[in-house]
Design a protein around this ligand. Structure first.
Ligand code: ARG
Ligand code: ZN
Length: 886
């Protein structure tokens, strides 16, 4: 059933308190809930029915005000329990007892078992798999939770809030009672029971509250929680320093579990994490893992205010909490590392993954208009584009204005379930500004294209920038309106220095140059209409414009900059993001033109100025090493295909490989020197300078390995053998396995035998093979499905071995259809166990219409095969049917 934003109705009943009791058993768990209910409109003569959600539950009993209901007093269907005529009193109690079967729950939502421990996942609509409830976020109540279970099997019993009582029970059981003083929606409820141990820490908030911090894992994993604890403390401090937000309880728990559908979950004071986002040691985790842990621990912690204290009225508002919290975790990571590099990572990710989503059949606005299964809308658009929308408020208002808006948001809405308009209104009212058509960012799907043309008038000494914007049609939205787009701009003089910007004319009017929160000599131009022109006066020479500094809006920019302008920006722009971007634009243009050559069977050739540009970046000692690593990395194949009318995976792959190999041979000496100079046998340290050094060394190694020469293979093998941390070891392995052959097989086997006892490392090994571009790799993957370490029920393994396969476009889009067929089969197999996991795999098909006719027919056949299979989940149905319809 499709649900629409426009159909939102307030609930007829609110819940005040909820007292839960769990009697835990792997086969049967009994859940009793005691809810105090009050009607939204008091004193009406006839009371509306009370409709409760519930899925896969066995109802044992229902009582109202202590009296057991008879069968005629309620109706039950597969999804609801409806109490036809509840009392018309100002307050009444509902007591419900249900039975559930955690052992059988492979969907990993509701209450399930992971490695012998009980865990819950309730967002978005998993609470209804625990008990009958109004499972919607605008029902906020105070909870207590009593957990009873076997003392030996489950020595640790956790839920939200404070532990208020615990003790022993008969028959080897024990219990714990938890009380959460803060009102919350049921999606933030959590329970964990198991044989876990904790790393303990503490944090004193700036107002003096002493908070106990505990990170729970199986005993053997405890040594790997040092970085997570560091990250948590850093996040708590950062939120106080930057947003003035403090933690609000005396205890904060994090639990790591191996079977988890997503990254992590912000349950009030009991965050539950996918192990891969908690556990790290230098020997087993890479720099990328360390950075992700920092970011996600921050993300979930930041939800305590943006998500939990202020939550969403309904699920259409998801970006209210997710876009905002992703923005906050990006800012946190920037402040902990390098701001420019963080921005580069975030923008690359947006372009590589969110842009295609926004251009395909499941394109939807940041605030979707409808859904069948909410879990399908935890998307890159809601998260990443949503974060960009929040960033635009900051760009428009400056840091201080943005902070004023945040303060007002919390002042107005603490303890409430609100909407994206409420956030917008807080930003507007705190700053007394008119945001014109900014709200359209929430309702219009599709990535806007902004075209810029420039003109320098040497007599009048004026420089004009003419913008035009176009938001493309998307499914269900044929016609779009212009939106408010902030474009941060600087102008470079012939020495490469920023010109001072004093006055800008717009619509014949002198406009204030707003620089609040912007670096000096950067101004933010506001594009509000379809076409706009801005005129800078007193410009003494033709400048080179640096446009969209810091990527100030999530758009595609189409400018009239020449290659020589771009090389100039690459060498001089004071905005580091735009320096990188200039190189990327050059690389994208080059790749697209070589793709055209390849398609016309012309020989491929690389221009000398491109090689020269890469060489000068590589050998510029004044640059940050991580920045260099990013700047010499070519745009991904996905990003290039996204820019083509008909995506051609073979051509794009051939071209990207050609350029890499050509650069490697031209710059072999430089790359060798880079490897040499950036080696270190010092103990692993996670900090910017060491990570940068490793990143630069490892990208140089990966270029060199494309040469397939014996001397380089020796070098890479040596790096592999002597590595003292996983970052370096895995980078060497990755470099070596690019090329088919004996060495590849040997080193893969060696790596497995070294790490077979560590499931997170084994997942890297699966993932590396899944993404491989070696011809006909799908057959290897079919073999690996039978590998003893593989398990279709574990989402991380599925993600590694199956989910990463489309990262090799040549293999996934193989012309014989073998890749599509493999994925189609996998979707159906996973769907029987875990619909959310299956639906996520479906995204591989989402842009099937973007390929040639042969491929379209092959992909379509798989989509039709999936859709015509009996018993597919709503999750998979929604994506498959929308993909075919568009
Ligand atoms: N709120 C979680 C986070 O972003 C994600 C939960 C996703 N749940 C789901 N069923 N899709 O931190
Ligand atoms: Zn989140």
């Amino acid at each position: 059933k499709e649900i629409f934003l426009k159909d939102y109705n307030k609930p007829n009943y609110y819940f005040n308190t909820v007292d839960l009791t769990f009697s835990l058993g792997e086969e049967h768990t009994i859940v009793s809930s005691n809810i105090t209910v009050y009607p939204r409109i008091e004193g009406s003569s006839s009371s509306p029915p009370l409709v409760l959600d519930g899925v896969d539950l066995k109802l044992v009993s229902v009582k109202i005000d202590g009296k057991e209901l008879q069968e005629e007093d309620y109706q039950q269907d597969a999804r609801h329990l409806t109490i036809s005529s509840p009392p018309s009193t100002a307050r009444f109690t509902v007591e419900i007892v249900t039975e559930i079967y955690p052992q059988k729950n492979t969907s990993l939502e509701g209450l399930y078992i992971s490695s012998g421990n009980f865990v819950t996942q309730c967002e978005a609509e998993g609470f209804r798999k625990i008990t009958y409830y109004q499972d919607r976020p605008d029902i906020m109540a105070k909870y207590t939770c009593r957990v009873e279970g076997d003392k030996t099997l489950y020595p640790v019993l956790l839920s939200n809030g404070n532990l208020v009582e615990q003790g022993d029970l008969e028959g080897g059981k024990h219990y714990a009672v938890w009380e959460d003083p803060h009102k919350k929606p049921c999606y933030l409820f959590a329970l964990v029971a198991g044989d876990l141990q904790s790393r303990d820490g503490s944090f004193v908030t700036r107002s003096g509250r002493k908070v106990a911090l505990r990170i729970w894992t199986p005993a053997e994993d405890l040594p790997k929680t040092v970085h997570a604890m560091y990250s948590l403390k850093a996040a708590m401090k950062w939120d106080e320093d930057v947003f003035g937000l403090e933690y609000d309880l005396d205890l904060f728990n994090i639990v790591a579990v191996p079977d988890f559908n997503m990254g992590a979950m912000e349950n009030k004071s009991l965050n539950i994490f996918n192990s891969v986002l908690v556990l790290a040691s230098p020997e087993t985790a890479t720099d990328v893992n360390y950075a992700q842990i920092l970011g996600v621990i921050g993300h979930e912690y930041f939800h305590n205010w943006t998500g939990n204290r202020v939550t969403c009225r309904d699920w259409f508002q998801l970006s209210l909490k997710e876009g905002l919290t992703v923005f906050r975790d990006h800012e946190f990571s920037s402040d902990m590392g390098s701001r420019a590099v963080q921005r580069i990572k975030d923008v690359s990710y947006l372009r590589e993954y969110q842009f295609p989503e926004d251009a395909g059949p499941i394109a939807h606005p940041v605030r979707p208009h409808s859904y069948i299964k909410m879990d399908n809308f935890y998307t890159l658009t809601v998260y990443e584009k949503g974060a960009e929308v929040v960033r635009m408020y900051k760009t428009l208002l400056g840091s201080q204005g943005f902070r004023r808006g945040m303060d007002l948001y919390f002042k107005r809405h603490d303890g409430q379930a609100v909407t994206c308009e409420d956030f917008y209104a807080a930003m507007r009212d705190a700053n007394n500004v008119d945001f014109a058509n900014f709200l359209l960012w929430y309702s219009q799907a599709g990535t806007p294209t902004v075209k810029v043309t420039s003109f320098y008038n040497s007599e009048a000494k004026t420089y004009s920038l003419k913008f035009s914007q176009e938001v493309p049609p998307t499914p269900g939205q044929a016609v779009k309106e212009p939106m408010l787009i902030p474009v941060a701009v600087g102008l470079l003089d012939s020495n490469g220095k920023d010109m001072p910007l004093t006055s800008v004319y717009h619509d014949e009017m002198l406009q204030e140059v707003s620089t609040d929160g912007q670096p000096a000599n950067t101004t933010v131009l506001l594009i509000k209409k379809k076409e706009e022109e801005f005129l800078f006066s007193e410009i003494s020479e033709r400048p080179v414009p640096s446009l969209l500094r810091g990527y100030s809006a999530p758009i595609r920019l189409d400018s009239d900059l020449t290659d020589s302008d771009l090389f100039f920006l690459l060498a001089h722009d004071s905005d580091e993001f735009n320096r990188w971007e200039a190189g990327q634009v050059l690389a994208r243009n080059l790749m697209l033109s070589l793709v055209a050559d390849f398609q016309q069977n012309k020989p491929l050739a690389l221009k000398a100025d491109f090689v020269h540009g890469v060489r000068s970046i590589l050998s510029d000692d004044s640059l940050d090493k991580e920045f260099i690593a990013k700047a010499i990395d070519l745009p991904g194949e996905g990003e290039i295909m996204d820019m083509m009318d008909i995506a051609d995976p073979d051509a794009v792959h051939a071209v990207r490989s050609f350029i890499r190999k050509h650069l490697a041979s031209e710059l072999k000496a430089e790359f060798l020197k880079t490897v040499e100079n950036n080696r270190s046998s010092d103990p692993y340290i996670f900090d910017h300078s060491n990570m940068s050094r490793r990143a630069l060394k490892n990208i140089a190694l990966s270029y060199l390995a494309t040469l397939e020469d014996a001397q380089i293979t020796e070098l890479a093998l040596n790096e592999y053998r002597t590595a003292t941390n996983m970052t370096d070891q895995f980078a060497a392995l990755t470099a070596l396995v690019q090329n088919p052959g004996e060495t590849r097989d040997e080193v893969l086997a060696d790596f497995y035998s070294k790490w077979e006892h560590d499931f997170l490392v084994v997942n890297k090994w699966f993932g590396l093979q899944a993404m491989s571009d070696i011809p006909g790799n799908v057959e290897n993957l079919r073999k690996l499905l039978q590998h003893p370490a593989f398990d279709l029920r574990n989402p991380n393994k599925v993600r590694s071995l199956i989910g990463r396969f489309p990262n090799s476009p040549v293999n996934f889009h193989a012309k014989d259809g073998s890749g599509y067929k493999f994925m189609g089969e996998m979707v159906l197999q996973v769907d029987k166990l875990n619909p959310q996991g299956a639906s996520r795999l479906m995204s591989a098909f989402s842009r099937w219409k973007h390929y040639d006719e042969t491929r379209q027919a092959l992909a379509k056949a798989q989509l039709e095969m999936i859709l015509s299979t009996n018993g597919i989940s709503e999750n998979v149905f929604e994506i498959a049917s929308k993909s075919l319809a568009a």
